[in-house]
Ligand binder design. Structure first.
Ligand code: NAG
Ligand code: NAG
Length: 291
């Protein structure tokens, strides 16, 4: 009797501990077979946002309900057995602050709970919290003493009425700044320049090659201000690298190429002639032994 009671107390204790660990909800509510979601996270980049949680459901399903501060609750991912839900479409008012409820429900229609248990997500404001992805380098050009770099904004999943995707520039406007980090090839001293447009034009030392990358900053943010860094590009390995060299170099390269071409043609003609002559000679001297 005592040991049974002990076991019961111990089990209850463990259950309570687990419930307390796993959920902010009252562990006595709902049904013991239903787990409520835990570890709820918003995973968001360039305004594409996925809500994730745990655990994988066994004999029940989840439904996500989401709402901004002054909007109505909307359902997404109804009766899902997944542990994630793409909520991008519900967050288009990007400056609003959203909360999600992840409802756990039994699928069997016979059992109806008064109110199925749910877990509450942390709050999420896309404008302040979505991560900014890698900016692209659309073009770059090294002229005599200037390096010009044109940055390509990351795109969001949101569209204009004409169906083309909005870029992060269309959402952040002047709140978005780009920084160009650049340095002389083979050296380590980095310099930087910033712009509120997408174009850099910086003065550099003539005749040097440069390497650079760009990064976006959201000026109004306190956290998560910087984007991922773009790839590093070097003017020494660019395909449009001819622009980096003076016309003299191009002329010299062309001249060398022509000389080589002429040499090859000349050589083949000579070889061909030689062969012909030898063949003719061989014909003449056929009956005789080699000279
Ligand atoms: C919640 O996250 C913690 C820490 O990452 C992990 O130890 C725990 O197992 C997770 N909970 C579930 C139910 O998966
Ligand atoms: C669609 O509309 C936006 C804004 O009105 C405009 O900036 C963009 O160039 C348009 N895209 C196309 C493909 O017409």
């Amino acid at each position: 009797m005592a040991s049974a009671l002990d076991a019961l107390v111990a089990a209850c204790g463990r259950a309570l501990l687990l419930a307390a660990l796993l959920s902010q909800l009252d562990p006595c509510s709902g049904n013991s077979e239903l787990s409520t979601a835990v570890n709820i996270t918003w995973s968001s980049i360039n305004f594409k946002t996925i809500l994730q949680w745990q655990p994988v459901p066994t004999n029940y399903v989840y439904t996500v309900k989401i709402s901004g501060i002054n909007s109505n609750w909307e359902k997404v991912c109804v009766h899902t057995k997944e542990t994630e839900c793409d909520v991008t479409d519900k967050l288009e008012k990007v400056k609003d602050t959203y909360t999600a409820h992840i409802v756990s429900e039994m699928l069997s229609g016979t059992e109806k709970f008064e109110e199925p248990p749910y877990a509450i997500s942390p709050k999420f404001t896309p404008y302040n919290q979505t991560k900014i992805g890698t900016p692209g380098i659309q073009t770059y050009e090294l002229t005599d003493s200037k390096l010009k770099v044109l940055v390509e904004d990351p795109l969001t999943p949101y569209r204009f009425p004409n169906k083309s995707f909005k870029s992060i520039r269309e959402i952040f406007k002047n709140d978005l700044e780009y920084t160009l980090y650049y340095w002389k090839d083979q050296s380590t001293g980095k310099k930087e320049a910033t712009t509120k447009s997408n174009q850099f034009e910086i003065s550099i030392d003539k005749g040097e090659n440069y390497c650079f990358f760009v990064q976006a900053t959201i000026l109004s943010r306190r956290e998560n201000r910087k984007s991922q860094e773009s790839k590093v590009k070097c003017t020494s390995d660019q395909i449009n690298g001819v622009a980096a060299y003076g016309t003299e170099v191009i002329i010299i390269i062309a001249a060398v190429a022509i000389v080589i071409l002429i040499a090859i043609i000349g050589l083949s003609v000579t070889l061909y002639k030689c062969k012909k002559t030898r063949a003719a000679k061989e014909k003449e001297t056929m009956p005789l032994t080699d000279v």
